[in-house]
Design a protein around this ligand. Structure first.
Ligand SMILES: [Zn+2]
Ligand SMILES: [Zn+2]
Length: 343
């Protein structure tokens, strides 16, 4: 599944730029060089929950989609998409989505729990992240032990942690993103690990302490509702990897083309993550349902690097200083592409 390799391209180490994708041979303009797999984790934002097909990501100009799976609250563009989703997700996955749907529903009825962004909020460093996740682990242990029914000897700290996480507000988007990744992990743990753990991981992926808190609470909340058979995949290792991978590997799921106005969610597509950036890319991409197609926009020679642009919409028209500033801020690198070097 990843890294990608075919007759046309392979992944190589690029001096000064980590890994990248190199053309194995001459490739003529408009040739498709990669079709990605479906995402290994994704989220469709809650505000679009009635408008985007949960299976093929179709969005029909804001219209509410009619075909619904009442137990999970998912909507679909057609009965065949609903069936496709049911087959793909499996009975166990569906049961987890159903439990999450009930949790969100219950929480919404009960009003918001304690939450909020404090004025002293900052980007948490590694030590703070480790500490906070250790706390979450104690809260999760509470549920895992009671639910697998092996022992009832629970520590006070664990009980407090668990209660705190459940009383706190919920974040349906983080919960949905984590659950989708957990379900993928559970289907094929080894392949998942190979695909996700080899991506470029961000050590400090949480933009604020609030964001970190929300991830940790979501993890404990998922442990509290997850079917017991899925608990082996609902682990801190998986949830932390999902956050670390999403920072620099997620592709936006937008309406229409690549630069569609509606930002409806995002997904991690491992094989597509090996393309480096250029401000004058030779590869374009388009989402086709829940996968991405990549093709070359010019004739490419053997040994050329294949690059996409990480810039969206108007960002492509920024001058070199603005472009480099933006790429450094969002992606953490100084762009040395041919266009930037020309100035
Ligand atoms: Zn559909
Ligand atoms: Zn550049």
């Amino acid at each position: 599944m990843s890294p990608p390799a075919s007759d046309l391209l392979s992944v190589k180490t690029i001096p000064g730029a980590g890994r990248g994708i190199i053309a194995n041979c001459e490739i003529s303009k408009d040739t498709t060089v990669l079709n990605s797999e479906p995402p290994v984790a994704h989220v469709l934002f809650r505000e679009y929950r009635k408008e985007v097909c949960a299976h093929c990501f179709l969005y029909d100009r804001g219209r509410t989609l009619r075909v619904k799976d009442h137990d999970t609250g998912k909507v679909f563009c057609s009965a065949s998409c609903r069936q496709g989703w049911v087959d793909y997700t499996g009975e166990q996955g569906r049961s987890a989505w159903r439990d999450l749907y009930h949790l969100i529903h219950m929480k919404n009825k009960g009003g918001k729990g304690s939450s909020g962004i404090s004025l002293t909020d900052h980007r948490p460093g590694i030590e703070e992240i480790d500490r906070r996740w250790e706390k979450a682990q104690r809260g999760a242990d509470e549920y895992v032990r009671t639910r697998s029914d092996t022992s009832n000897a629970l520590g006070d700290t664990g009980r407090k942690q668990a209660k705190g996480a459940l009383a706190s507000s919920i974040d349906p988007d983080i919960l949905g993103y984590l659950l989708s990744g957990i379900l993928h992990h559970d289907q094929q743990p080894d392949r998942w690990r190979e695909a996700v753990m080899t991506l470029a991981m961000h050590d400090e992926p949480y933009s604020t302490t609030h964001d970190l808190e929300a991830h940790c609470n979501s993890f404990v909340q998922l442990c509290s509702i997850m079917p017991v058979s899925l608990l082996r995949s609902c682990t801190i290792e998986v949830c932390r990897a999902l956050a670390a991978a999403s920072s620099h590997n997620a592709f936006g799921i937008r309406s229409g083309g690549e630069d569609g106005e509606e930002y409806m969610g995002y997904g991690v597509y491992p094989s597509a993550s090996y393309f480096n950036h250029s401000c004058h890319p030779n590869v374009a991409k388009q989402r086709v349902g829940n996968v991405w197609r990549f093709w070359v926009t010019e004739d490419v020679r053997q040994g050329d690097e294949l690059c996409i642009s990480y810039l969206g919409g108007d960002e492509k028209d920024l001058n070199v200083r603005q472009r480099r500033g933006h790429l450094q801020e969002v992606w953490g690198f100084v762009c040395e592409c041919a266009r930037c070097q020309r100035g």
